[in-house]
Ligand binder design. Structure first.
Ligand SMILES: Nc1nc2c(ncn2[C@@H]2O[C@H](COP(=O)(O)OP(=O)(O)O)[C@@H](O)[C@H]2O)c(=O)[nH]1
Ligand SMILES: [Mg+2]
Length: 256
């Protein structure tokens, strides 16, 4: 796989994909049409269908994972590679055709003009078709409000742009399974900022969402646990730092 050395303001589009042979080809071709010249990296998570062949034939570069890592691991692998190659911005686009690449320039502009570490392409209310999903998003909006200190309209969106500061952070630490909401908490704990840009989401082209059946419930429990573990981890670290600070103050005082 070769990707040209990126220049200033460079953007990489990453597409995590797991068994998306029915949609990923059109996704890659549409990206090439709408944001010509922007390299597209499909991260294949050991698909058992023809995802890799279809994506490659459409013109994407492929990062084939040697083991199935799940969505968070695949996105982190993409972030890490982008960071090491020197890209300044990365926008994640799903491999199922739900994200409209015509929204990419607005997400990129917002990253540049706001300086926020993350910009979320947020689903408009009119696009919400699945009830469980809408309820889940509403639930997390309420839970996240006091944690993030501001409302996030679409915390489960995978249409996400990040800058290099976020790439540095996420290359080192990124949630494994359902990463979107936890990633927001990780950002917030570092006092990084996020913004949202309203985007229209389309229905998935083929196949089925990985969050189906009873999975929305396990998603909620799983993500809630992840959110609180992240809070405890960072708050614990701060408390330790404060304690250490106080101890060294008192030992300095004791010596004087
Ligand atoms: N790498 C990787 N990608 C996945 C996995 N599950 C889903 N995806 C990809 O993540 C994106 C979003 O998945 P999707 O099932 O559409 O989730 P939804 O849009 O939140 O319902 C798509 O591009 C999928 O191909 C996985 O286990 N590994
Ligand atoms: Mg989807």
């Amino acid at each position: 796989m070769t990707i040209e050395a990126p220049g200033p303001g460079s953007l990489l589009v990453i597409v995590p994909a797991y068994n998306e042979q029915g949609a990923v080809g059109d996704v890659v071709r549409e990206l090439e049409q709408q944001v010509p010249g922007v390299p597209v990296l499909v991260i294949d998570d050991c698909s058992v269908d023809a995802t890799v062949e279809v994506a490659r034939a459409a013109g994407a570069r492929i990062l084939p994972l040697p083991h199935h890592l799940g969505l968070g691991g695949a996105v982190q692998a993409g972030y890490k590679l982008a960071f090491e190659l020197g890209f300044e911005y990365v926008i994640r686009v799903d491999g199922d055709g739900q994200h409209d690449p015509r929204d990419i320039p607005r997400i990129l502009d917002k990253l540049k003009e706001s300086g926020a570490e993350m910009v979320i392409g947020a689903r408009m209310d009119a696009d919400r078709t699945r009830r469980m999903r809408t309820l889940g998003a509403r639930f997390f909006r309420v839970v996240l409000r006091p944690i993030l200190g501001k409302t996030v309209n679409d915390p489960t969106s995978g249409f996400v742009g990040v800058n290099r500061r976020a790439l540095a952070l996420f290359s080192a630490s990124f949630p494994l399974e359902y990463p979107e909401i936890e990633a927001l908490v990780v950002l917030q704990r570092r006092r990084f900022r996020f913004e949202e840009v309203p985007c229209h989401m389309r229905p998935r082209r083929t196949g089925r969402s990985s969050i189906n059946g009873l999975k929305p419930l396990s998603y909620i429990v799983h993500v809630l646990l992840g959110v609180f573990v992240n809070i405890l981890r960072y708050d614990g670290r701060w408390r330790r730092r404060l304690r250490l600070g106080r101890n060294s103050d008192s030992s300095a005082g004791g010596g004087g």
